[in-house]
Ligand binder design. Structure first.
Ligand SMILES: C[S@@+](CC[C@H](N)C(=O)[O-])C[C@H]1O[C@@H](n2cnc3c(N)ncnc32)[C@H](O)[C@@H]1O
Length: 260
């Protein structure tokens, strides 16, 4: 995933003939992947990007007729629909009540970033995968058009593309209170029946984040008050014994405090 053309043979852009061709051509060029107008048995790629109903989606070849995955901008099940949502639950405890600014250095599908944003924190998102960055940019564009976001004149999260370790250098003058990390860990079993489809696709497309220790060290050298690491409950704590740990469903938020 760190090579200049990481998606060759894995991903293509698919034009389904419904809208203007230009954005599809631009996306294919920007990601250095082929552009197809149809898919057949000879097509090698497993994943396709296409706009359906005006939303950029990542479509699994086996589920070509289905909707595809997109950055979901609506609150998760059980989350309050007002803004700011109450700072409750393990994620909020880990981020901390006094925290104001959060950098999510591993944004992925943006689900944690958006939950943190909806709780009223100021969020900056970093993502190094060009395909995930394209999906996030589309999601944040839709977010900016939502009624409540416009009514409250809320800025949407800032999205930075590239390796977070490199972006941290530019944050040193105004460090965020909290840096949030959710890198991809190797799965416990080969195929987990419990893994969410979106995370399975992410692993198939990008692989594990083998440089997560360097990312943790860089985050500790950059954050002002704390670094939070989300990890599967079976994995060792990324930075050794944390100062606090909050248990979620099959996962943990490990908190490392920094003395100012
Ligand atoms: C497990 S996913 C994160 C899922 C995310 N928390 C969510 O709620 O959807 C990990 C993501 O972090 C990104 N990532 C990992 N290491 C990174 C780094 N050093 N810089 C930027 N992005 C990184 C990967 O490309 C991947 O998209």
């Amino acid at each position: 995933m760190h090579q200049p053309q990481p998606y060759i043979g894995k991903l293509a852009v698919l034009y389904e003939g419904k809208d203007s061709l230009l954005p599809y051509e631009q996306l294919a060029e920007c990601l250095s992947v082929p552009l197809y107008k149809s898919v057949d048995a000879q097509t090698p790629e497993m994943f396709f990007l296409a706009w359906r109903d005006g939303v950029l989606r990542l479509i699994d070849r086996e589920l070509l007729k289905k909707g595809g995955l997109m950055v979901e901008i609506d609150p998760r099940n059980g989350e309050q629909r007002s803004w700011p949502a109450p700072k409750q639950g393990a994620l909020a405890q880990a981020i901390g009540r006094k925290t104001q600014t959060v950098v999510d250095a591993t944004t992925g599908w943006g689900q944690d970033s958006l939950a943190i944003y909806r709780m009223g924190y100021t969020v900056t998102c970093i993502e190094r995968s060009p395909v995930m960055a394209a999906l996030l940019a589309d999601g944040f564009k839709r977010l900016a058009q939502l009624d409540w976001v416009q009514r409250l004149e809320l800025p949407v999260p800032r999205l930075l593309f590239g390796n977070a370790i490199e972006h941290f250098a530019a944050l040193k003058d105004q460090p965020p209170d909290c840096i949030y990390l959710d890198p991809m860990f190797p799965p416990k079993r080969k195929k987990s029946a419990l893994a969410k489809k979106s995370m399975v696709v992410l692993r198939d497309l990008l692989g594990d984040d083998t440089d997560r220790e360097q990312l943790f060290a860089a985050a500790m050298a950059t954050a002002k008050k704390r670094v939070v690491v989300k990890s599967p409950d079976y994995a060792d704590a990324l930075g050794g014994k944390p100062d606090a740990s909050y248990q979620g469903k099959l996962l943990r938020y490990d908190v490392y405090l920094l003395s100012e």
